[in-house]
Design a binder for this molecule. Sequence first.
Ligand code: AMP
Length: 400
Amino acid sequence: MDILVINCGSSSLKFQLIDVETEEVIVKGICERIGIENSRFVFQASGRNTVDLDISMKNHADSMKILLTYLTDPQHGVISSLNEIAAVGHRVVHGGERFASSTIIDETVIKAIEECAELAPLHNMANLTGILACQEMMPDTPMVAVFDTAFHQTMPEEAYLYGIPFSYYEKYKIRKYGFHGTSHAYVADRTAKILRKDSKELKLIVCHLGNGASITAVKHGKSVDTSMGLTPLEGLIMGTRSGDIDPSVLEYIGHKEHKNLEELMKVLNQSSGLLGLSGGVSSDFRDIATAYEKGDSNAIRALNAFNYRVAKYIGAYAAAMNGVDAICFTAGIGENSALVRELICNYLTYLGVFLDHDKNEIRGKEQIITSDQSKVKVVVIPTNEELMIARETYQKITEL
Ligand code: AMP
């Protein structure tokens, strides 16, 4: 049974067609620069040459049309009719308190996603555009929304409330929501399998270290705390985002540099993190790591701060769960950087973490990277949000 997975950003549409029975990816690709000049369509069918085209796409509906045409194209296509697609799973970033699990999309759900857009305007509206474009082209195919926030809805009140007047929560639902939930859930599940344990017996700390980065305490299979908050700005130092900061810094910089709140938020979201701390070296971790290896003091400063923040959160979450059995690394940096994993684990000998340095050289493969005597295991798990979305979608449509 084939499930189409759609992940829409404001100017991109990523897709995968997955056979949920074999979990094989039949085709994957991306529509980039939608609504901008030089848009591009990449279509990679398993075992075939990649189609890579400069093709005009004015909006997400245009992209959907091109994608669906290619899926059934006699030369490049992978299915003979769109009827072979059993359902479409859509990634939706913010589900607020409304959605603690994935859901079949209907008019009410569309309205609720729209309402949640107040909390994540750019993301949710882009996701919604993708859903509407897809519904237009495939009106009879069931669609499922899979939310980044849903996995974290199990957080207890003491973890999700901010120390501000409770009335703001009551009136506006200001609280910690957390993101990357699909990734954290997938990695926690894979870790239990690799450790040959029931997830209900495990206390895990999942470090999703990519361009966006977040860390989650997963106790007995459930998220009990996570570093991102009301928005994906809180928590770890990221590519361009600051992560945790004293809110008074905004007022201070605002005064000194005559910036309004919107401009200040732009600084925290777009010119901070590794990019800002390195004095502009790069927001891309690979550039930072290359400069670090050459002894560049700007890159050393940024990388040290990045690692220190992750180690501090690991300590906090080990305390929150009163212990930890395994620490998991995933996403672009977590899966690929032996350097970051080593530097973070150097902080963790008090927990009984001992790396096996040869095993830590692994890139992008599932592996335990600690030595046999390590009290807490450390594992590398390549994340697979698309597969998780396909599984969730399949589960929802079979419940129908
Ligand atoms: P993601 O958001 O998960 O796609 O991760 C993007 C981040 O992962 C960027 O900062 C990349 O520089 C980093 N990254 C990707 N591949 C590698 C690699 N082979 N080694 C180190 N970092 C990498």
